[in-house]
Design a protein around this ligand. Structure first.
Ligand SMILES: [Cu+2]
Length: 109
């Protein structure tokens, strides 16, 4: 498991942006070869997870139980992002390919 500490986006804002820096972190999950890569992320509360579909087929990202997040269909080369504002373990899967599984663990700061 990896822990996201610094956001590349925040660094870009620091270097190039005229706006105040936010502390928000963004981590990326690549959807590739019918898998979520990495399939597990540990993040801090308030962080954003950004899924990017690199396959030539549509995929989908939805929390188990269906309540906390649901991307709808993610077309090839499209993406989806959501903010995790609550501590917990969020397992998810692709609704099109049910063997594609992932887990987001959200820690308090
Ligand atoms: Cu899929």
């Amino acid at each position: 498991m990896r822990t996201a500490l610094v956001s590349g986006l925040a660094v870009l804002v620091l270097v190039f942006g005229p706006h105040p820096i936010t502390a928000q972190s963004v981590v990326t999950v690549d959807i590739q070869d019918f898998a979520f890569q990495p399939h597990e992320w540990t993040i801090e509360v308030g962080a954003v997870v950004h899924w990017v579909n690199h396959d030539d087929w549509p995929h989908h990202v939805a929390a188990e139980g269906g309540k906390s997040f649901n991307s709808g269909v993610i077309a090839p080369q499209k993406d989806f992002r959501t903010t995790f504002s609550q501590v917990g373990r969020f397992s998810y899967r692709c609704g099109i390919h049910p063997t594609m599984l992932g887990l987001i663990t959200v820690q308090g700061q």
